[in-house]
Design a protein around this ligand. Structure first.
Ligand code: NAD
Length: 353
């Protein structure tokens, strides 16, 4: 034992995962003890870390909180950066015991639940979409109710709005009658979050993401995917055939803004009531984004061949009012349309200053 008047100096070797005590007495005693490293710190679990948003969210969280403290998980492997930069676990979010195993193993205190089936694919597989989108959320909410975790982020979507919602500046509180399976699952999810927060005190936070534009991971089958595909096609073929018509305006956002908003919301002190915040940055149509791309690639042309996704897009608002997010937690977007186009082209190695 250490004499009472001497405080031992404690240090941790992160590579060998051994705890090292160095006493301050004359003998400089050094003790190596095996350490369950994961249990010592509060970890963050990202579920759906191999997806479009989960990939970049994981990397940003690791940069902020340390690689060891951010556990990536998915039903499939992620990209090289996610797999190599920190812990990764294969898990099926529809199985509560899978999530509990990882939560327990790493002493997880926060979960970002990014696994879901997106709008266009969900219309083709409604039952699967409902099962995945609902069971994943209920599993994580239950684990929080049982006090194993302290905070949850669960993304909603502009898909909660439907044909009867206002088309312009759709407010935070308005008529919500979604006409897609995906939208129905997101609206039900919002209600479940509010229920668990009110009834069991679960701390759950949410954003109604608009279409997210990024280049590091392919999008997962949503209605706004055209706004990512268009960049690959512009660089490869100088031409793109859009599945949405030229004047289909939809709310959109560059990935960096979405990640910043997500972490900012999670770092905010606890909110009294649950809100799935409207989040807005820019709104554009296929014609408008094509015009912006033509500033850098003048020969780029856009054609149209509409498919079933047009109907989904028509059911959503063209722009949304996010003043609650701006007032309640000081949300501000950084990327306007031209910034987004430049960031995408640069990210895809197009020479641009
Ligand atoms: P994505 O489809 O790119 O990624 C979802 C990930 O979940 C995939 O990596 C998939 O393998 C994983 N997954 C699927 N089933 C699983 C299971 N049973 N267990 C564990 N993992 C499983 O989706 P995304 O675009 O990254 O979206 C993340 C979240 O944001 C979703 O809730 C989505 O609804 C929401 N959102 C996204 C957008 C957007 O534009 N990308 C817009 C609005 C809302």
């Amino acid at each position: 034992m250490f004499p009472l008047d001497q405080t031992p100096k404690i240090s941790i070797n992160y590579h060998t995962r051994k705890l090292i005590f160095i006493s301050l007495n004359a003998h400089n005693l050094v003790i190596f003890a095996p350490l369950n490293f994961e249990k010592m710190t509060q970890s963050i679990l990202v579920i759906g870390a191999s997806g479009q948003i989960g990939t970049e969210l994981t990397l940003k969280l690791r940069q902020l909180y340390g690689n060891e403290h951010v556990i990536a998980s998915d039903i499939r492997n992620g990209n090289y950066d996610v797999m190599e930069s920190g812990p990764f676990e294969i898990l099926d979010v529809t199985k509560k015991e899978d999530i509990s195993r990882v939560v327990d193993k790493y002493a997880v205190k926060q979960v970002y639940l990014m696994a879901a089936m997106l709008s266009a694919i969900a219309e083709k597989r409604p039952q699967n979409a409902w099962d995945l989108n609902m069971n994943s959320l209920l599993n994580v909410l239950d684990i929080a109710k049982e006090k194993q975790i302290q905070k949850i982020f669960w993304p909603s979507s502009i898909a909660v709005f439907g044909p009867s919602s206002p088309k312009q500046n759709a407010p935070q509180k308005t008529i919500l009658e979604p006409s897609t399976v995906y939208g129905i699952s997101k609206l039900a999810g919002e209600s479940w979050c509010a229920y668990y927060q009110n009834k069991y005190g679960v701390d759950v936070r949410s954003i109604r993401y608009p279409g997210i534009i990024s280049y590091k991971t392919n999008p997962g089958g949503g209605t706004t995917d055209y706004a990512v595909e268009i960049f690959y096609a512009a660089l490869k073929r100088k031409s793109y055939t859009s599945f949405l018509n030229k004047d289909s305006y939809l709310p959109m956002m560059y990935m960096d803004d979405a990640i910043e908003a997500t972490i900012q919301l999670m770092e905010h002190e606890k909110f009294e009531d649950f809100t799935a915040y409207n989040l807005s940055a820019i709104s554009f149509s296929p014609k408008e984004i094509a015009k912006s791309i033509q500033k850098y690639i003048p020969e780029f042309t856009l054609k149209y061949k509409l498919d079933s996704r047009q109907k989904i897009a028509d059911s959503w608002p063209q722009s949304i009012d996010d003043s609650s997010a701006r007032n309640d937690w000081n949300w501000k977007h950084k990327f306007e349309l031209d910034d987004l186009v430049k960031a995408m082209l640069k990210g895809l190695h197009f020479p641009i200053s």
